[in-house]
Design a protein around this ligand. Sequence first.
Ligand code: GLV
Ligand code: MN
Ligand code: MN
Length: 428
Amino acid sequence: MSSVSSGGAIPPRPPQRLGGNLSPQTFAELWRELEPLGRDPGTGGYRRYSWTPADAACRAWFIAQATKRGLTVETDNNGNLWAWWGPKGPNAIVTGSHLDSVPDGGGFDGALGVVTALAAVDLLQDKSYIPERPVVLAVFTEEEGARFGVSCLGSRLLTGAVEPDAARALTDDGGTTLAEAMAAAGHDPGRLGPREDLLDGIGAFVELHVEQGRALAPRGAALGLADGIWPHGRWRFEFGGRADHAGTARLADRRDPMLPYAATALAARQAAEQNGAVATFGKVIVEPNGTNAVASAVRAWLDARAPDEATVEDTVTTIRSAAISFCEQHGVTLSVRQESFTPVVRFDEGLRDRIAATLAVAGFSAPVLPTAAGHDAGFLAARVPTGMLFVRNPTGISHSPAEHADLPDCEAGVRALAAVLADLAGPK
Ligand code: GLV
Ligand code: MN
Ligand code: MN
């Protein structure tokens, strides 16, 4: 495999300053075009779920923008988009992110990396730069796992981290399988699976992303670099009780699944605090969901993360044991199933040092940060030298309509990414 850090296939060269400044309109204009797509007018949040009309609109927008810049766009067998600048060839320098969102997500998570990549191409083309190696803009599918439950599904499939049959059988909350949703959107789900040929052709992957958390603002830095990603996973808890009348059923006779669920949510918080982890029940489905009825079932999803895998495991074991005991107290059944797990990620140090040197010449000092957020870069990192750039988030809020990055910081991201691409993809 060719690589930046180990194979010497991309020769190091002294970082060079790109002349001129970004036209302030470029990023903002692109941003304004993408901004309304998939946005809920009531909440102001995004509902860009994969293989829905909102997702199709985002894809169409990206394909049109990439094509306008002379890039050749392909949709791979897993639904990921690849826009090639220059003829296809080995040692491609890939950048990009995702366009799907969590329910009522912010506009920056994922989209910032895609818009910045397009604006970086503009900046480079404006300087008449011609890459020696292909530069590729990628948009990965179902990064958030908001519809089908497994995060980074497009990059997991690409790298073989999930079985195609298991992926095809994933269902959304309405019971539609991924296979059905893909087919309805005009894509063949029968072709899902790893793409060694694509991965073998990648020399490096660099994902730019809005910061999630607030480490850059106190340091006065517009940009940061990732050193790694905490291990994390999702577990589905099913609490099974018995539906009954909220007025007439005696408290002592009830088998109410809401009670062990509520106690388990508190236990998750406590276990996380004790272990230096984070644990969240953010999605709950209650059946039949009637005000005057004792619920028959509660399905709740636990998201747990920690600096190391043993701590994640320990935290989840503690929460599961607590849930078992609460269920026994209330005559409720319990089943717990792991839906996904992402091991710890350490990004390529050689690539990070090289990016840091390029950024320094471009006038940016970028602190190196860990992150507890998942990214497609985490799956690419298992196969190709991978790095991540963060753009300052002044409040740190993410997965929320309040997520934000200031325009000058986004533009700094464009200049930084352009410089990194020019360094990695080389001069003609
Ligand atoms: C994705 O943003 C995640 O961290 O779950
Ligand atoms: Mn996200
Ligand atoms: Mn993201």
